[in-house]
Design a protein around this ligand. Structure first.
Ligand SMILES: NC(=O)c1ccc[n+]([C@@H]2O[C@H](COP(=O)([O-])OP(=O)(O)OC[C@H]3O[C@@H](n4cnc5c(N)ncnc54)[C@H](OP(=O)(O)O)[C@@H]3O)[C@@H](O)[C@H]2O)c1
Length: 388
């Protein structure tokens, strides 16, 4: 435990309190780029009452800018628009306007073509950007970070910060988030080859993503660039960080991706071939017992169990399991796995990930919590960004 850690109660989202290892201090001002989209809304929800961060700079396109958030957003999540966000003016996504708010940490939920140049500009202005967009995931010095899987890759953010003043830390593609979480505890048994077929929810395509006529009662066996992203990103996340870059894991991965008429939650059928036949009990207990750095640190959005192994014959299911994870703040952050079947050297298993929480906003927020807890980002004094 950290030297300055104290045991203290901190607000943990609506109606719930959780013991915190982090001392109360002024919360850090943060912004959300693309605050009106599906992922942006998840950020707004997750930042309500957050113990480290306070939303001061929500931004979106000129279509939404200039209006109070509560009036302009078409809220698609359960419940109402969080109270503290409602009166905030939605800003234009303009560098000068964003910096004028005093925020130096930004969560990005922008379309990739807009995110690319803006995120770089923010980095050059000393900001830390935790992004869902794919624009910089392939950059050598940008980590694709899932705190339970490759927390040591955060060292790349420090390399960036020494060069630019700020850093970009990317979250993975939504399906990749579920795949790497399932694979990490299996790595010790010697991965030889991975094959995955995904059944991905409509919300993965964003608010204006798919025409109802195309997807209602239908399955579309194609998602542009998705299969390539899953292979490339999984190899990078499971790779080794050395000298300011990542050496990807040389693992054969094939993916087939479908869009299905499900609102939220990407289901995937994964086949893992090991070098040798593993002990089946050990494989299952490794999945079920998986814990990592965010759990050790007690980060606010970390699920107590990053993987939940279901034993029923018909789980996981999007409707029943997409919101898996506890405590309350970590709902949707656990990956649910089920139906493990062993055949020779291979394991077949289903996994389910909440695509806009663990697959997007939740992981990016957890990345920021890790950077904060590990003291990698500038901390505010009352004069430089602190906010109660
Ligand atoms: N959905 C997922 O499951 C998922 C998972 C992982 C990663 N991602 C990535 O996360 C990002 C956001 O995805 P999403 O599903 O939330 O998309 P979305 O629902 O389409 O939201 C896009 C957001 O970007 C804003 N925006 C659009 N054009 C803009 C412009 N020219 N200038 C400034 N803001 C602009 C929109 O504002 P207005 O409302 O004002 O138009 C909206 O707030 C994308 O890069 C996506 O690939 C998504």
């Amino acid at each position: 435990m950290r030297k300055n850690a104290i045991s203290k109660d901190t607000t943990d989202g609506p109606g719930r309190r959780r013991a915190s290892r982090f001392p109360a201090r002024p919360r850090i001002k943060v912004g959300i780029l693309g605050c009106t989209g599906i992922v942006g809304q998840q950020f707004v929800r997750l930042l309500e009452g957050h113990p480290f961060f306070k939303l001061v700079a929500p931004s979106a396109s000129p279509r939404s800018a200039g209006e109070p958030y509560g009036e302009v957003v078409s809220w698609v999540l359960d419940g109402d628009v969080p109270r503290s966000a409602r009166p905030l003016e939605v800003l234009e996504t303009d560098i000068a306007r964003l910096l004028a708010t005093g925020a130096r940490i930004f969560f990005s939920a922008l379309p990739a073509p807009i995110a690319g140049p803006l995120e770089k500009l923010l980095r050059e202005n000393g900001c830390f950007v935790f992004t869902n967009a794919s624009a910089h995931r392939a950059d050598e010095d940008v980590p694709i970070l899932v705190p339970e899987i490759n927390p040591e890759h955060m060292s790349l953010a420090l390399t960036q910060a020494s060069r630019w003043g700020g850093a970009i830390v990317a979250g993975p593609n939504c399906a990749t988030a579920g795949l790497v979480t399932t694979l990490k505890p299996l790595e010790e048994f010697g991965l030889n080859r991975v094959s995955v077929t995904t059944f991905q929810a409509i919300s993965g395509a964003g608010r204006r993503g798919l025409a109802a006529l195309d997807i209602a009662g239908n399955v579309i066996p194609f998602i542009r660039n998705e299969e390539e992203k899953i292979g490339r990103e999984t190899r990078k996340i499971l790779g080794r960080a050395e000298q300011g870059a990542v050496a990807p894991l040389p693992l054969e991965i094939t993916a087939s991706c479908c869009r299905v008429p499900v609102r939220e939650g990407h289901l995937m059928s994964i086949e893992v071939e090991f070098h040798e036949k593993p002990d089946t009990d050990r494989v299952l207990s490794s999945l079920n017992g998986f814990r990592s750095r965010p759990q050790e640190l007690g980060l606010p959005t970390a699920p107590e169990r990053p993987i939940i192994l279901r034993t029923e014959e018909d789980r996981p299911q999007p409707i029943l399991d997409a919101w898996a994870g506890s405590p309350e703040r970590a709902r949707g952050m656990a990956v649910t796995v089920g139906r493990p079947r062993f055949l020779g050297r291979s394991l077949q298993i289903f996994a389910l990930v909440h695509n806009t929480v663990r697959g997007a906003a939740g992981t990016c927020l957890l990345n920021a919590e890790l950077a904060f807890a590990e003291r990698l980002m500038p901390r505010p004094g009352r004069s430089n960004g602190g906010a109660r």
